[in-house]
Design a protein around this ligand. Structure first.
Ligand SMILES: NC(=O)c1ccc[n+]([C@@H]2O[C@H](COP(=O)([O-])OP(=O)(O)OC[C@H]3O[C@@H](n4cnc5c(N)ncnc54)[C@H](OP(=O)(O)O)[C@@H]3O)[C@@H](O)[C@H]2O)c1
Length: 288
């Protein structure tokens, strides 16, 4: 079926895999049997094969990135032209495919908490894809960052320009040892009680604490809830507008989300499990 008006068909070369795909499959975002089979996968990189009437931003043969798409775990995806952007030449299809979901999430975290130069930003989960993106964007804005992660990821966090501290008991004291005045902003990409509680203990202004995960506890505490969760701000406009600037930062080498695992499309189930494991160590990508 050729793409309709304003739509683009893409031959998928790589599809980014996210914990959200596992949540979608588990029904966390809602269940509707009328909509089965479920279309999984929201970001891809590939080559434009066909364009519908009225499409002017891309042409057949272009190497592109697309987000947000439906059913990205496939050999071919059709999406609105407004979701399709030129792939930065410096990035492989695999690298480009996993950039925009976590990138736009991190952008939303910084916008919602109004991070600017001089801020001291505590990032929970700085070794993860969303946390790494938030760290890099905060540093690009001139903020200082402390990032939490496991010890084996300390150097990864430091390479982003942040100060690493391990999460776990005593986290608040370890942050105060680095910043006696405490952070001005806390960004939680992890969702544990510890991440929320330490953020509340260290940052007085609850409008400058945001979570993309701890919707129940965070909601009760009156902090900012971002993304697709109960009571959360989806930030659709902010996130949509962030896509081109994020690709520009990646093209300039100022934002990078490394790929840890590349699996064939037939192993989509294993890829989703890995992406949702809590410690994939980087992006998981499917290749048709
Ligand atoms: N609301 C939204 O819009 C939105 C968007 C994107 C993602 N998310 C959610 O955000 C979460 C992170 O996504 P991601 O793609 O960045 O995942 P990821 O790459 O797997 O990152 C997970 C991070 O959490 C850390 N971590 C794991 N267990 C921890 C614990 N017990 N205490 C403290 N830190 C811990 C990991 O650190 P180590 O590996 O170093 O231990 C790593 O830094 C997922 O739950 C995802 O669904 C939400």
């Amino acid at each position: 079926v050729p793409p309709g008006e304003g739509k683009v068909a893409i031959a998928v070369r790589a599809a980014g895999v996210n914990p959200a795909d596992a949540k979608s499959i588990a029904g966390v975002f809602g269940r509707n049997e009328a909509k089965l089979p479920l279309a999984v996968g929201s970001e891809v990189a590939g080559v434009v094969t066909e364009i519908g009437a009225g499409v002017t931003n891309v042409a057949v043969g272009d190497e592109v990135v697309a987000f947000r798409v439906s059913g990205g775990f496939a050999e071919r995806v059709v999406t609105a032209a407004s979701n399709v952007f030129a792939k930065p030449a410096a990035l492989s299809f695999e690298e480009a495919s996993g950039l925009l979901l976590v990138g736009t999430t991190a952008w939303h975290l910084l916008e919602a908490t109004a991070v600017t130069a001089g801020d001291r930003v505590l990032v929970h989960g700085a070794s993860g894809s969303a946390g790494s993106a938030a760290t890099q964007l905060a540093i690009a804005r001139g903020a200082e960052v402390i990032g939490t992660a496991s010890a084996h990821n300390a150097d990864t966090v430091r390479a982003r320009g942040a100060t690493w501290v391990p999460y776990g008991d005593g986290l608040a004291d370890r942050v105060r040892a680095v910043w006696p005045e405490g952070p001005t902003v806390a960004l939680d990409t992890v969702g544990t009680d510890e991440a929320v509680d330490v953020s509340l203990a260290l940052v007085a202004d609850r409008g400058r604490i945001a979570t993309i995960n701890a919707f129940e506890r965070g909601g009760a505490a009156g902090i900012r809830l971002l993304g697709g969760g109960p009571g959360a701000d989806p930030g659709s406009a902010v996130r949509a507008a962030a896509r081109q600037p994020l690709l520009d930062l990646a093209a300039e080498g100022r934002l990078s989300i490394p790929v840890a695992h590349t699996l064939p499309l037939a192993e989509a189930a294993a890829a989703v499990e890995l992406a949702n494991s809590g410690h994939p160590g980087g992006k998981v990508v499917l290749v048709p």
